[in-house]
Design a protein around this ligand. Structure first.
Ligand SMILES: Nc1ncnc2c1ncn2[C@@H]1O[C@H](COP(=O)(O)OP(=O)(O)OP(=O)(O)O)[C@@H](O)[C@H]1O
Length: 601
């Protein structure tokens, strides 16, 4: 039976980070759940800034009305104004604190949502995506990009809103309080705005340069650390250190330039602010002498003028955090918009009791947009058979194995389990039916028991131990300090490659799939261990269909059937004895194998 499969080659942008214009919709969607909090925040910002800006006006009233009244023996106006000033200061302070708390709470909610979305999405995406995207980029999304968004939400947006509102309210208050002083301020705004524009442009360039250099530093570090074994084996430490030192020096230099730009901006902003204050004081002072202006108003005007330019620094700085957050949001949006090529079937076919019959029906396959690496492979494997895949390196053996486990989908043809196209089998059933044990035998942090139970999380301790016994790892585990509860990371025992492989065998044994796909480790075991692993393998492969990418002669010779893969085609197919007798490629491979074994012994 061949069920039509869902379209699997979903369109995907060529550059995985290029998704311009996606940042705003993403921001809108993550802000939606905290909408009411955002409105509350707006209200808090407006009231707190109004309270702060009221200060100088109250000073003016105090000096011009309260003091004369006090001189005439009436203290009430001054007390009222003083009380008002205190109240405004108190309200301004308390509400500013509330703004910080509210914005932090909102941003934490948003970030939690974003982190979860990124994690779920990276898990949902298929292997082909991860091979192209690389783990380094996934890590950057989950760390530095989310940090950039955090910076924007935590401080950037509220600081911008507070600063902008404070400037507007200050300017309006000054214009209302004293027109001429307001005019001086508005004139001074022109160089202030020009300076800020200059700063934005320079810091944008600077920011780009910093990002490029910072990315180089990170890539160099990650590459050296992931390849630390190769670095040490080939004594490349000095060269790596020199290359890294040069990159960090570049990083220091661009940071230095960025700080210089900040310094210039700060200097001129302070100058403009101080000159404005001086002009307001001079013009106002002359008017006070003429009796055209009250002293209190002059004091208030000076206070307003002094305050006006301070937030401009924050507005300038906001641009930096806005830019990095925008770039980060774009990359996050692009990641979240990716669709896996491997899609779940629209009409899943249940397969609760699989027998394990496999069929590769004229399968042609290539990775991503690359050339075909398997050409018209046509093989039928009856339930219960153990098939060894052999062939030279790069022939396509692992690819066949990965297609059977549906890590990828075929380009043409079909892979079928019990006659059902694997693209149509209900995903849960498929996962239970086919298990792949990969070469690297990855262990999660946790205990030995937890690692074995990955294959069946609801397994009892007795079942876990039975699996351990079946693959012959039980006695070894019993020598660990806490037996099956011993952690397998740096806090517990460090397992050798061969021991890790046995644990992964136990994991697969416990999962008990109808089909086991095994990419045999090339050379993780010494000769005395060989027999031990051979027995474990035989027990693991018994009573189920098995497709084994075989690297050891013992595995091949105990298989029911051997497929010789060359150049993406099956070129020989038969029992090991038949193929040896036939005198083809396998027979030559067999001879070479035997020769190398006798040479080693
Ligand atoms: N993830 C991948 N992306 C692109 N091409 C790949 C990928 N994996 C394998 N290939 C290519 O597919 C071809 C078959 O590779 P495959 O890993 O199946 O060979 P193999 O027979 O298992 O080799 P080996 O014995 O060395 O593991 C090779 O040409 C290889 O370059």
């Amino acid at each position: 039976m061949s069920t039509a499969a869902a379209p699997t080659q979903a369109a995907r942008p060529a550059d995985l980070d290029d998704e311009r214009g996606q940042s705003l919709p993403l921001l809108r969607s993550v802000l939606r759940p905290v909408r009411s909090r955002v409105w509350l925040l707006v209200l808090l910002v407006v009231v707190s800034q109004a309270a702060v800006v009221a200060g100088p006006a109250l000073v003016a009233v105090g000096i011009d009305t309260g003091l004369p009244a006090l001189r005439d023996g009436d203290a009430v106006p001054l007390v009222l104004v003083g009380g008002g000033y205190l109240l405004a200061a108190l309200v301004g302070g308390l509400l500013s604190a509330a703004v910080v708390r509210q914005s932090a709470a909102a941003s934490q909610t948003v970030l939690l949502d974003l982190r979860r979305r990124v994690f779920r999405q990276t898990q949902r995406l298929d292997l082909e995506f991860h091979e192209r995207y690389t783990s380094g980029r996934v890590i950057s999304r989950q760390t530095s990009d989310i940090e950039a968004v955090r910076d924007l939400l935590d401080s950037g947006v509220t600081v911008l809103a507070t600063s902008a509102l404070s400037m507007v309210l200050t300017a309006v208050s000054l214009v209302v309080l004293d027109g001429p002083s307001g005019a001086v301020l508005l004139v001074a705004v022109v160089p202030g705005v020009l300076l800020t524009r200059w700063f934005q442009r320079r810091s944008q360039e600077q920011y780009r340069r910093t990002r490029v250099v910072a990315a180089r530093v990170i890539v160099a570090f990650v590459e050296t650390m992931t390849g630390v074994r190769a670095v040490q084996a080939f004594r490349r430490e000095r060269r790596s250190a020199a290359a890294y030192a040069a990159l960090t020096e570049d990083y220091r230099a661009v940071q230095d330039q960025a700080i210089r730009v900040n310094g210039v901006f700060d200097l001129w902003l302070t100058m403009i602010g101080n000159v404005t204050v001086a002009v307001v004081l001079l013009v106002g002072g002359l008017r006070v002498l003429d009796g055209a202006l009250d002293v209190g108003v002059l004091v208030a005007a000076v206070l307003y003028a002094r305050r006006f330019f301070t937030p401009l620094r924050d507005v300038g700085m906001f641009y930096n955090s806005f830019q990095s957050a925008q770039a980060a949001l774009e990359k996050l949006a692009s990641l979240l918009a990716q669709e896996p090529r491997l899609t779940d079937p629209a009409h899943p076919v249940p397969l609760p009791h699989p027998m394990g019959g496999l069929e590769l029906d004229h399968v042609t396959f290539g990775y991503a947009d690359g050339p075909d690496v398997l050409h018209d492979v046509h093989v039928s494997i009856p339930a219960g058979q153990t098939v060894a895949l052999v062939g030279s390196t790069g022939a396509g053996k692992s690819t066949v194995a990965k297609l059977v486990a549906r890590f990828y989908d075929v380009r043409r043809g079909a892979v079928r389990l019990d006659g059902v196209d694997v693209r149509s089998v209900a995903p849960g059933d498929l996962r239970r039916a086919i298990v792949m044990v990969t070469q690297e035998a990855y262990l999660f942090s946790g205990s030995v028991a937890e690692n074995i139970a990955v294959g069946r999380p609801d397994a009892t301790r007795a079942e876990i131990e039975a699996a351990g016994r079946a693959v012959g790892v039980h006695d070894l585990v019993m020598t660990f300090p806490q037996g099956y509860d011993t952690p397998v990371d740096s806090r517990g025992v460090r397992l050798s490659a061969g021991q890790r492989q046995l644990v992964s065998f136990a994991r697969a044994f416990l999962a008990d799939p109808a089909v086991l796909v095994l990419d045999e480790a090339t050379s993780s075991l010494d000769v005395p261990g060989e027999q031990h692993v051979q027995e474990a393998l035989e027990r693991l492969l018994a009573d189920r269909t098995a497709v084994v990418v075989a690297h050891r002669l013992s595995t091949v010779m105990t298989a029911d059937r051997v497929l010789v893969v060359e150049g993406g085609r099956v070129v020989e197919d038969g029992s090991p004895a038949e193929l040896v007798a036939r005198g083809g490629r396998f027979a030559r491979l067999h001879e070479d194998w035997q020769a190398s074994i006798s040479a080693a012994v």
